[in-house]
Write a protein that binds this ligand. Structure first.
Ligand SMILES: [Zn+2]
Length: 482
């Protein structure tokens, strides 16, 4: 009897140990699928054939836009998820549609990316192109290898309009001017974010507060903000520590255009590259032809934001400095609100750029930070040596950084662990997968990234470069079709 119990106890012990090992193993996040080698071998994305039954080349008001998003999310439940990040002042939903092969949940190890359109209400070409991008992606998934690869490996969040109230009072055919640019309280939303270089005293607006909350919950790796009024990809920084901002004087603006100095980020090579990817895949942008004789021509169709004209409170500087998200401002039409019959042409000009730009999220390094039990470490602070800007891991221990081919060192810090420095190589063909294990440290290690500063010649008191703080899993609300 006692021998039998001994045997049973032994079996229970073996089973328990097996379970305990298994449990530990299941905590290891899934390794990122390295499908990127495939990208180079993939055929170019095919041209989308618009079907007016679903979406025409016309401007859609808020109700029509809402109907399209709801109908699409109902028609493609396995590829889309619709949610709202809040409401505009006049109560319009700030819709976001996720397009991905796993739309309802963050795919561990796979990047979230986004496009935001119509932050200026009277610049609605991007708003309409984003609806066509949605239609293109969902209708091509089964037939286009490139689109399938993109949606299988990326979670794409598309916000067609950040300023639906401004759009509602804008007028088709108006190429210049400010009517509809602002939100319903008269605030320019692209001057309404906290600024890295200067105090921004503008009162936070519901639309910008919603975006701030959104990007604090989802770690976006890459983003494009669509504008009109020029033809150029403009990259951070938009602001500079030493510029005078022109308010109304045309002379000042003209002087500034010719005298503004670039304000470059530690990732200037990457931002230039991302901007060139958009410009070179665009039908015209990289030619760098001026919209009008009085406006600047941009070499290769790209510019540093501050070198064009400095501004305070822009969205792209905020995303990069506070959250490590690489956002580029994409100015896609010389006329801010061109007639609807030109929309098809705008789509044709931008289609390849919009796809290829998002694919850049798969360039550089990505991986996980674990403890020595293979549990992910959340909020580990990371930095690429020599690039004085920090980023952090998600709650799954994931990280991403877009980098061009080369040799790098990754510095990793986490509270309670010994810091590590790891060398790695980035190649052109696929992202480098890098898993980092940190050993516990008896000595308390202050995460030094949190106190990392950018030293700019004219900033007397360097300010903290704060990484993002991921919160709970993003909430997706699914709205049925009406
Ligand atoms: Zn704009």
């Amino acid at each position: 009897m006692s021998k039998r119990w001994t045997t049973i106890s032994f079996l229970i012990l073996v089973y328990t140990c097996y379970r305990c090992t298994w449990a530990q193993q299941t905590q290891i996040p899934e390794q990122p699928t390295n499908n990127l080698e495939l990208e180079a071998a993939l055929p170019e994305p095919r041209a989308y054939v618009p079907d007016s039954q679903y979406l025409d080349f016309v401007y859609h008001n808020h109700e029509e836009l809402t109907r399209f998003l709801r109908a699409t999310s109902a028609r493609y439940p396995n590829l889309t998820a619709l949610y709202s990040i809040g409401k505009s002042i006049q109560g319009r939903e700030l819709w976001v549609l996720v397009v991905s092969s796993s739309p309802y949940e963050h795919m561990v190890g796979k990047p979230d990316v986004k496009y935001v359109g119509n932050i200026h209400g009277n610049e609605p070409v991007g708003r309409e192109l984003l609806l066509h991008l949605i239609q293109y992606l969902v209708s091509s998934y089964d037939t286009d290898q490139y689109v399938k690869w993109l949606l299988d490996n990326t979670r794409i969040h598309i916000m067609p309009s950040m300023n639906p109230d401004g759009f509602a009072v804008s007028k088709e055919g108006t190429c210049d001017g400010g009517q509809g640019r602002y939100n319903a309280r008269g605030f320019d939303l692209n001057r309404n974010f906290p600024d890295y270089f200067k105090q921004n005293n503008k009162r936070g607006q519901p639309e910008t507060d919603a975006v701030k909350d959104w990007i604090s919950k989802i770690q976006f790796v890459l983003s494009g903000s669509l504008h009109g009024g020029a033809l150029v990809a403009s990259y951070p920084y938009d602001n500079t520590p030493n510029a005078r901002i022109c308010r109304s004087s045309a002379l000042c603006a003209m002087f500034q255009t010719y005298s503004a100095a670039p304000s470059l980020t530690p990732d200037d090579d990457v931002f230039k590259h991302l901007s060139l990817v958009y410009a070179k895949n665009h039908a015209k942008m990289s030619r760098g032809v001026a919209c009008k004789s009085a406006t600047p021509a941009f070499e290769n169709g790209i510019t540093n934001g501050a070198a064009w004209y400095p501004l305070t409170g822009g969205m792209q500087d905020y995303q990069y400095v506070w959250y490590g998200c690489m956002e580029v401002t994409l100015e896609i039409s010389c006329c801010k609100y061109p007639p609807a019959y030109e929309l098809r042409k705008y789509w044709e000009d931008n289609q390849l750029s919009m796809i290829k730009f998002l694919a850049e999220a798969h360039r550089g390094v990505q991986g996980f930070v674990f403890d020595n039990n293979n549990n992910p470490i959340e909020r580990a602070s990371l930095k690429i040596k020599g690039r004085d800007v920090g980023f952090q891991t998600t709650k799954h221990g994931e990280f991403w950084r877009i980098l061009l081919p080369g040799y790098y060192k990754l510095e990793v810090f986490a509270e309670g662990y010994s810091p590590r420095e790891i060398e790695f190589v980035v190649v052109e063909q696929h992202p480098t997968l890098l898993n980092v294990t940190l050993q516990p440290s008896k000595q308390f290690n202050m995460p030094t990234i949190a106190t990392t500063t950018i030293k700019t010649p004219t900033t007397k008191k360097p300010r903290k470069l704060i990484g993002f703080i991921p919160k709970d899993e993003d909430e997706i609300i699914h709205f049925p079709s009406d």
